[in-house]
Design a protein around this ligand. Structure first.
Ligand code: TRH
Length: 359
């Protein structure tokens, strides 16, 4: 076992809905612990970890009920508040008493919008309340060098290279027929599901459907009609590691939210994003901002196809002209985009540098 030599971090997570909050926190906590930094993850609902991390926490990472944080006797050298989850007041008071004061970081949601570069790293000095005297810093993940980057474990690309897709698929009981395209589907309820299925069925396709809305819709008595070229298979919830492998094994991945969206980019495979829909429509500009960055270097025909399909899938554009892009061009672009992202410093390294320099 690795020696626990570095000062401990406390990571706070509240599950708002779905699995992105806990998914991102787990992705952050694991490599942190593996690098020798002890981590306590305080969480209000850890139930998703049963399937996301059936192997349990690795050495150095412990999971604690949120309510117990109020009774903690000490705090870590770094306190991460994930997605503005509002720390328990008693814990903040403990932070204010600690000398030297801990670094207090608010880890924000991912967006490609320009406000991220303006807001990344800003401080919020606390002039009142239990944290008086402390300063909280905002840390924004992102896609440019003026942001905090993306989570990427040190061995991610080598693990992908060593991955044996046929063996893994066989282990999962997934048996594509020769020449069949493999597509994964993880999505929110989507009125365009039938339209997507029609396009996927234009060539022989095995659709691997994750638990949730899409699986329920396909299994329902009034399920959209399946085109002749399309078969589908329901998947159980996979561990985070196996979900990654699913993305690596497929030719096209339909992902959603935040974490699966990032992992699809690391998979280096073409992907279709179902963005988390927001009542105020804020997801529209967020989707466009990402497409602007992602497609900036793409060949115009490919970019137009992706834009049309992504808008239609998100209920923000017309289905009639929407088509899947040509697979080879889409694959080449996915690899080029991954290479561009790989040139960025990863989020955890940046977070450590930031804490040393500022917080
Ligand atoms: O579950 P999500 O829709 O989470 C969302 C987003 O994060 C959104 O931005 C946020 O505002 C909202 O939650 C509250 O999608 P996301 O982000 O992809 O998270 C899913 C997690 O579940 C991710 O870590 C991958 C993991 N997962 C598995 O481990 N196994 C599986 O079988 C599947 C389908 C997912």
């Amino acid at each position: 076992m690795r020696a626990m030599t570095q000062a401990r971090w406390d990571l706070f997570c509240r599950v708002i809905d779905n699995y992105g909050d806990i998914g991102v926190c787990w992705r952050l906590a694991r490599p942190l612990a593996a690098s020798g930094t002890p981590v306590r993850l305080w969480i209000d609902d850890a139930s998703a970890l049963r399937w996301m991390a059936p192997e349990g926490p690795p050495p150095g990472l412990s999971v604690h009920p949120w309510a117990e944080a109020a009774r903690a006797s000490d705090c870590g050298a770094v306190v991460i508040e994930a997605f503005g989850c509002e720390l328990p007041e008693d814990f903040v008071a403990l932070m204010a008493r600690q000398q030297p004061a801990p670094a207090w970081i608010n880890l924000e949601y991912l967006s490609a919008e320009s406000y991220v570069e303006r807001s990344h790293g800003l401080a919020s000095p606390q002039f009142s309340g239990p944290g008086r005297g402390l300063s909280k810093h905002f840390f924004y993940p992102g896609f440019s060098t003026r942001t905090g980057g993306l989570l990427r474990e040190p061995d991610l690309l080598t693990a992908q290279q060593a991955f044996d897709a046929p063996a893994w698929l066989a282990q999962q009981g997934i048996a594509p027929q020769p020449g069949e395209r493999l597509v994964s589907l993880f999505a929110y309820p989507n009125a365009g599901l039938g339209e997507l299925l029609a396009r996927l069925g234009e060539v022989p396709t095995l659709l691997l459907v994750c638990p949730g809305a899409a699986q329920a819709a396909l299994a329902a008595p009034d399920a959209p009609a399946l085109p002749p070229g399309l078969r589908w298979q329901a998947l159980p919830y996979l561990s985070q590691d196996d979900y990654d492998r699913l993305l690596w094994a497929c030719d096209l991945n339909c992902v959603r939210g935040e974490d699966s969206f990032v992992r699809a980019q690391w998979a280096g495979k073409p992907f279709l994003w179902h963005i988390y829909p927001q009542d105020d429509g804020a997801h529209g500009p967020k989707l466009e901002a990402f497409m602007d960055r992602w497609l900036a270097e793409a060949e115009p025909g490919l970019a137009a196809r992706w834009r049309g399909l992504w808008r239609a899938w998100n209920g923000l554009g017309d289905w009639a002209p929407a088509r899947l892009p040509e697979p080879r061009a889409a694959q080449a672009h996915a690899r080029a985009w991954r290479a561009q992202l790989t040139a960025q410093v990863d989020l955890l390294t940046q977070l450590r540098q930031f804490i040393r320099a500022k917080a």
